[in-house]
Design a protein around this ligand. Structure first.
Ligand code: CTP
Ligand code: CA
Length: 234
């Protein structure tokens, strides 16, 4: 389906979106990454711009055309994304954290390529890679906002569910934990969501019942998310 005709209901609003997936370098040729394509974040940017918003996208490792009228701020790692988002947040009325941010990064960066035989005493040994936690950018935004009404903050949650927890249940818990205004939950698996042009989501709200959207194109999902955020912006 194609995006509907739309009132320019975002005219004058400033929308900051993170998109794509961070890459955490291990050495000059390797990184820890994830399967995010950036398609949902870029669809949000395109639809927000089409609805009249001024839009900036902090974009991590995305190879997609830049939507008309959207400013892209390229980053690589979670720490770079944090710095870029924090530099722009004062400008924003609405922040949508659509990016897949790595929870961990290698504790150390090897300045030269890690060789297969890294320990001459044990030529067949495999290295153990120590990880450290990355900052939670979304949680930091919520904390820094405090009781202020601005900006409205939207998080995403990619969940696979597990034996004891449905995707929706995990989403409700994450919304409460993160303290954002909306949480967009999608069910992921290797054949679901990532890189796909279609998506199915539940938009969980701090106030009000969840809104289901899809299966539909990521532009239609983007409009549903913007529809849910708009009334929170006054
Ligand atoms: N996020 C973030 N900074 C991180 C990790 C996640 O800002 N270091 C944001 C994502 O952009 C997303 C939301 O937090 O909007 C939820 O990400 P998710 O990975 O689902 O949540 P986590 O709290 O990392 O929980 P877990 O990975 O254990 O499910
Ligand atoms: Ca995570």
């Amino acid at each position: 389906s194609s995006p509907r005709q739309q009132e320019p209901d975002y005219t004058g609003w400033h929308v900051l979106i993170s998109a794509g997936g961070t890459r955490e370098p291990l050495d000059p040729v390797r990184f820890l990454g994830n399967r995010s394509s950036g398609k949902q974040g870029f669809a949000l940017a395109a639809r927000a711009a089409a609805r009249g918003a001024l839009v900036k996208v902090v974009s991590a490792n995305v190879s997609l055309p830049v939507p008309e009228g959207v400013e892209v701020i390229p980053v690589g790692t979670a720490l770079e994304m944090q710095a870029a988002v924090e530099a722009q947040v004062g400008w924003a009325d609405l922040v949508i954290m659509a990016a897949a941010v790595a929870d961990f990064r290698p504790a150390a960066y090897a300045g030269s390529k890690i060789k297969k035989t890294h320990d001459p005493a044990d030529p067949d040994a495999a290295p153990v890679i120590e990880l450290v936690r990355n900052p939670d950018i979304l949680a930091g935004l919520v904390q820094a906002r405090g009781p202020a009404p601005r900006p409205v903050i939207v998080g995403f949650a990619a969940e696979t569910g597990d034996a004891d927890h449905s995707v929706l249940r995990l989403g409700e818990e994450k919304l409460a934990r993160k303290g954002c205004d909306l949480l967009v939950v999608n069910e992921v698996g290797v054949d679901k969501t990532f890189g796909s042009d279609e998506n199915t989501v539940h938009i969980l709200r701090k106030v009000g019942a969840p809104v289901a959207a899809g299966p539909a194109g990521k532009d239609v999902i983007a409009d549903a998310i913007l529809d849910a955020a708009r009334p929170l912006m006054g």
